[in-house]
Design a binder for this molecule. Structure first.
Ligand code: SAH
Length: 289
């Protein structure tokens, strides 16, 4: 692609032809999606337009798409006609497809010579088991590509007006999961050390255990007044943000009305939201992003 710029930096010519909008993307020399390979694509946190161009290219070229629960089904409308679309998540209380079965399904589809797109919410390698699926593919000798996505733990905060880092506030940020494979607070984490090890903590899948976790952090020396934000349905028109404190959570605040999926942020960056909250009602009308 060679977008031409004039001396003032204004674009003068389209890459190929003078198409506008997405039609212009068709002229880009994207990497070939070869038959018999698997692409693990991050769909982003929710809003369809937060998918990457490479992800969009993959949707347009895949023969089979296997997608997860938190993927916005709007993006499935971008799959090319005739492609097979399979759901591999948990819904309506039915048991989730077993991880091993999903990985083997990807292997089977690739062995049938299909271009297989594995579509996951956020980034495929952040609490998304993408690494496990790649291990199975590697073991079976199936070539794969990873297409990163915007994680809810970063993009979701941005939509709530909360910077993950801010120069005056924090020089570190930690991602953790609030439950282990049994649903309990992860026992492999040393909560007393985590409490003061980092200025900002971003938690996935943490709402159910949040009271317990807040208690462990305060017991480990984290200030009880520390602000906390719970960002639900981030980047979507029904996004909502609940602000609270570690103290309130540790003393048993009722979170039963807080919708999920939700991302939890602990730290002073939460206070910046007071002036940076930009995703207001008028902007939510456009469901694309
Ligand atoms: N790979 C994903 C995370 C998968 S784990 C990523 O990078 O974003 C699933 C958890 O992600 C949810 O329980 C929730 O904590 C968070 N999450 C995903 N989508 C979200 C959204 N739109 N709003 C808030 N949290 C979200």
């Amino acid at each position: 692609m060679s977008a031409k710029l004039d001396r003032k930096g204004n674009r003068t010519m389209a890459a190929k032809g003078d198409n506008s909008g997405f039609a212009r993307l068709d002229g880009l020399a994207f990497p070939q999606f070869a038959p018999g390979t698997v692409w693990l694509v991050g769909a982003g946190p929710g809003a369809p337009a937060l998918m990457t161009l490479l992800g969009y290219h993959a949707l347009q070229n895949a023969d089979a798409v296997v997608y997860d629960a938190l993927v916005n089904e709007e993006v499935l409308g971008w799959v090319r006609a005739g492609a097979k679309v399979e759901y591999a998540g948990k819904r309506g209380g039915k048991p989730s497809a077993k991880q091993r079965d999903i990985s083997l399904r990807l292997v089977d589809l690739a062995r049938e010579g299909k271009r297989v797109l594995r579509l996951k919410g956020g980034d495929p390698l952040i609490f998304g088991r993408g690494g496990e699926e790649c291990q199975v593919l590697a073991g079976a000798g199936i070539p794969f590509r990873i297409v990163p996505g915007i994680s809810a733990g970063i993009g979701g905060l941005g939509y709530a007006g909360i910077p993950a880092t801010h120069r005056e506030t924090n020089q570190s940020v930690l991602f953790l999961t609030g439950h282990d494979s049994s649903g309990a607070v992860p026992s492999l984490l040393d909560w007393s050390k985590l409490a003061t090890a980092t200025q900002v903590i971003v938690m996935f899948m943490a709402v159910r255990n949040l009271g317990q976790i807040a208690g462990k952090l305060v017991a480990g020396g984290r200030a009880a007044a520390e602000p906390v934000a719970i960002v639900s349905n981030a980047t979507l028109p029904h996004q909502s943000v609940h602000q609270t404190s570690l103290a309130a959570l540790a003393s048993g605040e009722d979170l039963s009305q807080v919708p999920t999926p939700a991302i939890v942020v602990i730290g002073k960056v939460v206070s910046l939201r007071g002036s940076l909250d930009w995703y207001r009602d008028a902007l939510k009308e456009n469901g694309l992003g």
